[in-house]
Ligand binder design. Structure first.
Ligand code: AMP
Length: 135
């Protein structure tokens, strides 16, 4: 699939860009969850957390931290969700790393995902598998 965010970065298609620096761009999501919903993307075309290098992630998160309070204040919100989908199984549609900043006025605007419980012993088993995967 074409990388629509690269087209925004190159100004080949329009977007409501609110911030740009040497490494990142922030613009309004075209289909906002709430007004002010903003996306922060690196200029470097990495797909997601699985191929992003540390420098690209750090630059992107610096911009997320800069933008988040401005987005909150601009729409008179009281908090934000910072969300990011990595992989189709997680709902990623645009395969160019991005973080959603979504203004929240109160908890009635969203429903948390269900929280489950581990059967006895399963948490320890999974934690060990993650430690092993880390090497
Ligand atoms: P996801 O990959 O699931 O995190 O979602 C990609 C997000 O990009 C969605 O929220 C879309 O509304 C948004 N999006 C897709 N195309 C554009 C565009 N041209 N301008 C702004 N936002 C976009």
């Amino acid at each position: 699939m074409e990388d629509v965010f690269m087209k925004i970065i190159r100004r080949e298609i329009p977007a409501d860009i609110v911030y740009e620096d040497a490494d990142t761009v922030a613009f309004l999501d075209i289909r906002p969850n709430t007004p002010g919903h903003t996306l922060v993307v690196p200029k470097k075309p990495v797909q997601n957390i699985f191929d992003a290098d540390d420098e690209t992630l750090a630059a992107t998160m610096r911009t997320v931290r800069k933008i988040a309070p401005a987005v909150r204040d601009a729409v008179g919100a009281h908090g934000v969700h910072i969300n990011s989908n990595h992989g189709a199984a997680a709902g990623q549609i645009v395969f160019h790393l991005h973080f959603h900043i979504i203004p929240r006025h109160d908890k009635s605007e969203f429903a948390f995902w269900p929280q489950n419980e581990y059967p006895p012993g399963e948490a320890a088993t999974i934690a060990e598998k993650i430690r092993q995967a880390l090497g």
